[in-house]
Design a protein around this ligand. Structure first.
Ligand code: ADP
Ligand code: MG
Length: 237
């Protein structure tokens, strides 16, 4: 059973669907990345998974539990967390305090959990008593990811975690993404940069006009004529 499974998910903001019939699965220990042109519905899909939007049809299952109709605020405690595109760390709180806020639905001892999370984010460990607003943009993105990990999710969804970062920091974030997958989590990433997505992911979905047009192992996707697919000219492999 994959950590995350969606079947035929259709959703939108009004009556017209923006995403149609999205079926996707993500296994623990792997990185699955959604790429596709601007406006293809990548963020809309992410928002549907975490209950911000209710699907018109389809099913969303996390660790064998159907969360399709679950209120958004209950979803994190069932193992699915989302780090939005324009992230919001609490700038006036310290790194440590941000992580404590992240643990709000966690069970048991959060200090042990914090030590574990800081153990994989060396930059944050060094800055744990610093105000989040004083961190670089890249470090703030990592803090948002670290905060999401405080609830020990099965699935973590990252919407453009490297947007606006320097190339060096982008690599650092992707290395962290790999490290998170190695913690036996399913990581679902939305990424603008096709090359980076193909390089760092196990599986890739290409969204075009609200549909998962093509998907498969990154190595197979890399061999396709991606420019044509992005323009909607080519059919699924
Ligand atoms: N809050 C919203 N209300 C209405 N339409 C929206 C909203 N957010 C996004 N859209 C529309 O949904 C489509 C897909 O957007 P989005 O999911 O953000 O795409 P992507 O993340 O792939 O760039 C776009 O046409 C966009 O204009
Ligand atoms: Mg988006």
């Amino acid at each position: 059973m994959p950590a995350l499974l969606t079947e035929g998910v259709t959703a939108g903001y009004g009556r017209a669907p923006i995403i149609t019939d999205i079926s996707l699965s993500a296994e623990r220990g792997t990185v699955t990345t959604i790429i596709g042109p601007n406006g293809a519905g990548k963020s809309t899909f992410a928002k549907t998974l975490v209950g911000v939007l209710k699907p018109m049809s389809g099913r969303i299952v996390v660790d064998d539990l159907d969360i399709t109709r679950m209120p958004g605020h209950q979803i994190p405690r069932h193992g699915l967390v989302y780090v939005p595109q324009n992230d919001n760390v609490f700038k006036r709180l310290t790194v440590r305090e941000n992580l404590e806020v992240g643990a709000f639905v966690a069970k048991g001892d959060t200090s042990a959990r914090m030590a574990e999370v800081l153990g994989i984010f060396a930059d944050l460990e060094k800055a744990k008593d610093k105000k989040a607003g004083l961190l670089s943009g890249g470090q703030q993105n990592l803090l948002a990811i670290a905060r999401a990990l405080m609830v020990e999710p099965s699935v973590i969804i990252l919407d453009e975690p490297t947007a606006g970062l320097s190339p060096t920091y982008t690599d650092a974030v992707w290395n962290q993404i790999a490290a998170i997958a190695r913690l036996d989590k399913a990581v679902l990433v939305v990424e603008q940069n096709v090359e980076r997505a193909l390089k760092h992911s196990d599986f890739v979905h290409i969204f075009v006009a609200g549909r998962s047009h093509v998907h498969g192992p990154a190595r197979e996707i890399a061999a396709l004529d991606l420019p044509s697919i992005f323009l909607g000219r080519s059919q699924a492999a």
